[in-house]
Design a protein. Structure first.
Length: 217
């Protein structure tokens, strides 16, 4: 029997290195973990990058999408299950920007980046993204943040594969980046859901909890 494949899909301003703690837990439990890099220029290009990874898996993988990563996995086919963590779950024709609205919690934290696009100040990111992480983990995660080109959040979902794939939503009740009230609305779209008392990044603060959920599929 082949080891299970898991594909972890990060959010805006983040990169694969942010997911390494969760990946380590999953690998110790026997999973083959893939963490594709996003920020390819558009939602469609990010979807294509993840789809290529999924198509190359030895087994039918579990897909985890965090924040914006939820919109990416919503357009990827071929997974046996989808796990959405503080994530957007767009229907066909919807975007993250539309679902978040003009008063999205993250908007006041976003700054222009000198080289173009936008960024989150690393010091402010500790409170925004990593409030319940250890100081060492929060500082490391904040230092790993990358600038974000415009347009990804306005990308329109084409497939909404969560409608035909078993899906589980994890509401992060202490999140300061994606409104927990919006998360609960997104959770109602999924097959099942649960609430954890974490900030925006439980893959860092509670990787064992996420790994247990992922390996249950």
């Amino acid at each position: 029997m082949n080891p299970p494949d898991v594909v972890l899909v990060h959010g805006l301003f983040h990169q694969p290195a942010h997911m390494e703690e969760l990946a380590g837990v999953l690998r110790r439990e026997g999973a083959i973990v893939h963490i594709p890099r996003l920020h390819r220029g558009s939602l469609a290009e990010d979807v294509a990058a993840v789809q290529e990874v999924v198509d190359g898996c030895e087994s039918t993988p579990v897909l985890l999408g965090h924040s914006y990563g939820g919109a990416v996995i919503a357009d990827v086919h071929g997974g046996c299950a989808q796990v959405f963590v503080a994530a957007f779950v767009p229907d066909v024709g919807e975007s993250c920007a539309e679902l978040g609205g003009p008063d999205a919690l993250i908007n006041p934290w976003v700054r222009p980046h000198p080289s173009g696009g936008s960024c989150i100040d690393p010091e402010e990111a500790i409170e925004l993204f990593y409030a319940d992480c250890s100081p060492r983990d929060a500082e490391r995660a904040a230092a790993l943040l990358v600038p974000q080109a415009g347009g990804h959040g306005r990308g329109i979902v084409q497939r909404a594969t969560w409608k035909s794939t078993p899906s589980h939503y994890i509401v992060c009740s202490e999140d300061q980046a994606v409104d927990p009230a919006l998360q609960r609305l997104m959770a109602d779209r999924c097959t099942s859901n649960q609430t954890v008392a974490t900030s925006h990044s439980p893959y860092i603060s509670q990787p064992e909890v996420l790994a247990q959920i992922i390996t249950s599929f």
